[in-house]
Structures are given as structure tokens and as C-alpha cells.
Design a protein around this ligand. Sequence first.
Ligand SMILES: Cc1ccc(Cc2cc(O)c(O)c(C(=O)NC/C=C/[C@H]3O[C@@H](n4cnc5c(N)ncnc54)[C@H](O)[C@@H]3O)c2)cc1
Ligand SMILES: [Mg+2]
Length: 214
Amino acid sequence: TKSTRPQRLLKAVQKHSTRGDPQSVISAIDHFCRHREWAMNVGDEKGSILDSVVSELNPEKVLELGTYCGYSTVRIARLLPPGARLITLEFNADYAAIARQVIAWAGLEDKVQLVEGASGDWIPRMKEHFGIETFDFVFLDHWKDRYLPDTKLMEDCGLLRKGTVLLADNVICPGVPDYLEYVRNSLSYKSCYFKSHLEYTKAEDGLEKSVFLG
Ligand SMILES: Cc1ccc(Cc2cc(O)c(O)c(C(=O)NC/C=C/[C@H]3O[C@@H](n4cnc5c(N)ncnc54)[C@H](O)[C@@H]3O)c2)cc1
Ligand SMILES: [Mg+2]
């Protein structure tokens, strides 16, 4: 039977990158998406902005919503200090299976916990199941109509603390108008927009960085 795009992306990683070398995995995926098949990874341009936000923050506890093939998981985890942990949620079993192999190939499985399930089910269980008090950094890149409800759910579950940084992908394309309106107008957030482009294209897109003020 015909392979899927994530399966072909994984093959490209295994063929064109070095096991245990996260940067080569990132470059292999970007090359595949630019020259073979576009895929909805945050990409190299927005990825550099993601890198700078993570490097500046040096987070211990990270949550990623929407793993897909694990590209941004690898980008974030490669920058985390020893002992830091990234929990990434993915409810599509096929994507989760590919992402696990990409993360393992990059040699980052010790820093990453991929949880197969829906954000709405797992956010309320973070404390009792993973012993998480609060997150230092959250990367939102899942279905766009879930950004706002999941942000409110994280607030309600006490998972955000003064200074927690939320970074949201695709705030222009596909766009997340309800989420943007919320974080830009709420007194509980200090928000700013990083203008960029939709991965591997010339279309405008960007990341919204929102600091929770408590
Ligand atoms: C019009 C238009 C269409 C597409 C684009 C291009 C474009 C560019 C982008 O960077 C994009 O991120 C997207 C995009 O749609 N991303 C959605 C990403 C979902 C992944 O997350 C998973 N997931 C979704 N909801 C949940 C959930 N609750 N709990 C756990 N996992 C979830 C899914 O299983 C997928 O693994 C699209 C641009 C413009
Ligand atoms: Mg995205």
C-alpha cells in the first residue's frame, strides 16, 4: 500500500541525517519539505525564532501541544539543559509512531515524553500523572480551534505561573483569531508578535509570544 507523508519524512531523516545529531535531523526534514513534499512543521525560519525564545528562557518544564512528526519537539529538546523535560501531546497514533522514531533518531528520547492522547484530556492530568506543578514554556501548534480552550484549561488547572511563556505557531496562517484577541487583550498576558513566513513558503505567518502575568 502507498506510504504516508510522515512515513516518507521519517525515511528521509534516516537516509539523510546522522543518528544522535539533532541539527542534522532538523536540516534533513527542512530539505525534504522544501525540495520533496511540504509538511506542516514550524520550519527553519519560524524555528529560529522558537530557538531564540527557548534559549533565552532555559525552561525546565516544557509542554508542546501537537507533536505531528516531532520536528519542533527535536528543535526544542536539543536546547534544553540536562534534567529539563518536554512533554508533547499527540492524539493521532500514526503521527505519534513516526514522531517517536524521529525523536529517538535524534537521540533525545531521555528529555522527551510523547503522550498519545488529546490535550483536553491530558492537561487536567498533568499534576497527578506527571508530577508537574507548573510549566515554564508551552508551544502551541495543534488544531487552531484548540489554542484558546486549552490555554483557558491550563489556567484553570493552575499549570501557568507568573512568567510562563506561551509561544503559538500560525497566528496568521491558518490563523487563530479568538486566541490572539484573548492573549492581546487579557490583563493576565503580555503579548508580542514575531512576524515571519508560513514554513517553506513566502506567505506571511508568525508566532505570538505571550507571558502569563499571574
Ligand atoms: C488554510 C491553511 C491550511 C493549512 C495551512 C498550513 C498549516 C501550517 C501549520 O504550521 C500548521 O500547524 C497547520 C495545522 O493545521 N496544524 C494542526 C496540527 C495538528 C497536529 O496536532 C495534532 N493535534 C491536533 N489537535 C490535538 C489535540 N487536541 N491533542 C493532541 N494532538 C492534537 C494532530 O494530530 C496533528 O499532528 C497548518 C495553512 C493555511
Ligand atoms: Mg504550525
